[in-house]
Design a protein around this ligand. Structure first.
Ligand SMILES: [Zn+2]
Length: 420
């Protein structure tokens, strides 16, 4: 028995070794390097890194173990999902409250493992996972399991439990005396200092706060933390090198987050010219999550594309156009989990529908997200960076819908998908 176990361990470590100690030459019709599209380019991978990305006539003379001809295809950097919840599944399957309160932690983790795999196979080699919504710090364990090779999945940038103002977040009971477990960690005032530090101690990579939430009269969205509270969170997070992502849908919530000095604003539905001018000035990026808002309206009975468009959809069109006009940095992030994992590219298609150029959407999902999330080893096809590469058929700068079907996925120099 003992012999058998060590044989398996030896065999699996040998496989990992064999997969990464290899030099690949990738040829395709086009290469999008994270900034622009090129023809007559090749990419050479050595072990887990990119050795060369550039003109085929100038490629270095190295021994190639394997050449992949991706005819008719475009190579791109592995995509970076900017706003996911691997521990959630679509609300039309199970309402958010019931996922948080009634599903076991084991079930939620099993689902997350499956979601991680689907995400990777859809070409998303990295994801910024913005809160487990009641599943504690299980995202940190999932990230470590992926890194150890126990299960396939994207690189994870984790927000852990996320932080909400006391009383603002759900789930809530109709029985006013009953305090239910929450989808995020409650904290306020001076306590925020230890909450942020404690979450960092648990292994989070990014601090997620909710600058507003639907806790106003008649369930309207209203600001939660004061500007001073947000400033405190940002100060403590930044000292430890952690960026801060703020959920904010109202103008007031966005203004507090901006004044508080956060790095990204999630959703930003009610943003206007004044808000976006400030974001542009302060270098705060917007993660618009168009697909999640659209999905929720559909769950509420709206048939996609039918008129009249719901108020929220009209508002989103207006605010996204204003953000583009102001030149705000746009992250790619759909809030996937509200809709189906693996369908992440739905946000790309919607960003184009809402007025962004396809090439700018591709930049958002690669080089821009890498920069905004402080990840300098990914997001471009450039010598020295991690070998995270995907391919799609055709030219996605001409038709963004092509991003919905990814043929080839390599992460860290290991091929996970190859449908040639
Ligand atoms: Zn979210």
């Amino acid at each position: 028995m003992k012999f058998k176990l060590s044989f398996i361990l030896f065999f699996s470590s040998f496989c990992a070794f064999a997969q990464t100690q290899k030099t690949y030459l990738l040829k395709a019709d086009r290469v999008f390097d994270g900034e622009q599209i090129h023809q007559n380019w090749v990419v050479i991978i050595k072990n887990d890194k990119i050795l060369y990305a550039g003109e085929d006539t100038k490629m270095p003379k190295v021994q190639i173990d394997s050449t992949l001809n991706l005819k008719g295809q475009t190579l791109l950097p592995g995509l970076i999902e900017g706003h996911s919840h691997l521990f959630l599944h679509p609300y039309n399957e199970t309402e958010w409250n019931d996922q948080v309160l009634k599903e076991s932690r084991a079930e939620r983790l099993v689902r997350a493992v499956n979601h991680a795999k689907t995400t990777l196979m859809a070409g998303f080699t990295t994801t910024r996972d913005l809160g487990t919504e009641g599943a504690g710090f299980d995202d940190i364990g999932l990230k470590q399991s992926i890194e150890k090779g126990l299960t396939p999945g994207p690189r994870m940038i984790c927000a852990g439990r996320a932080i909400v103002a006391t009383g603002s977040y759900g789930p809530k009971s109709d029985n006013a005396e009953l305090i239910l477990p929450k989808g995020a960690e409650e904290s306020d005032g001076e306590h925020l200092v230890s909450t942020v530090r404690s979450q960092i101690g648990h292994g989070i990579d990014v601090v997620k706060i909710y600058a507003d939430y639907r806790w106003g009269l008649n369930k309207t969205a209203k600001p939660t933390f004061t500007v001073e509270e947000i400033k405190k969170v940002v100060e403590i997070a930044h000292r430890a090198g952690r960026p801060v992502a703020a959920h904010a849908a109202t103008k007031e919530g966005m203004m507090s987050a901006i004044e508080g000095g956060v790095n990204t604003i999630e959703h930003g539905d009610a943003g206007d010219d004044e808000v976006f001018a400030l974001m542009k000035e302060k270098g705060i990026a917007l993660c618009p999550t168009i697909a999640a808002g659209d999905a929720i309206e559909q769950y509420n009975g709206w048939k996609e594309g039918s008129s009249p468009e719901p108020k929220k959809i009209l508002e989103k069109h207006k605010s996204f156009a204003a953000a583009l006009k102001a030149g705000v940095t746009i992250c790619f992030g759909g809030d996937v989990g509200v809709f189906t994992h693996g369908d992440n590219a739905r946000e790309m298609v919607m960003m184009v529908d809402y007025g962004m150029k396809p090439i700018d959407v591709l930049k958002s999902a690669t080089s821009v997200n890498a920069k905004v999330f402080h990840q300098d080893e990914i997001g471009q096809l450039k010598a020295g960076l991690k070998a995270d590469i995907i391919s799609v058929s055709g030219d996605p700068t001409q038709d963004i819908k092509l991003m919905k079907k990814v043929n080839f996925v390599m992460k860290n120099g290991v091929i996970y998908k190859q449908e040639l």
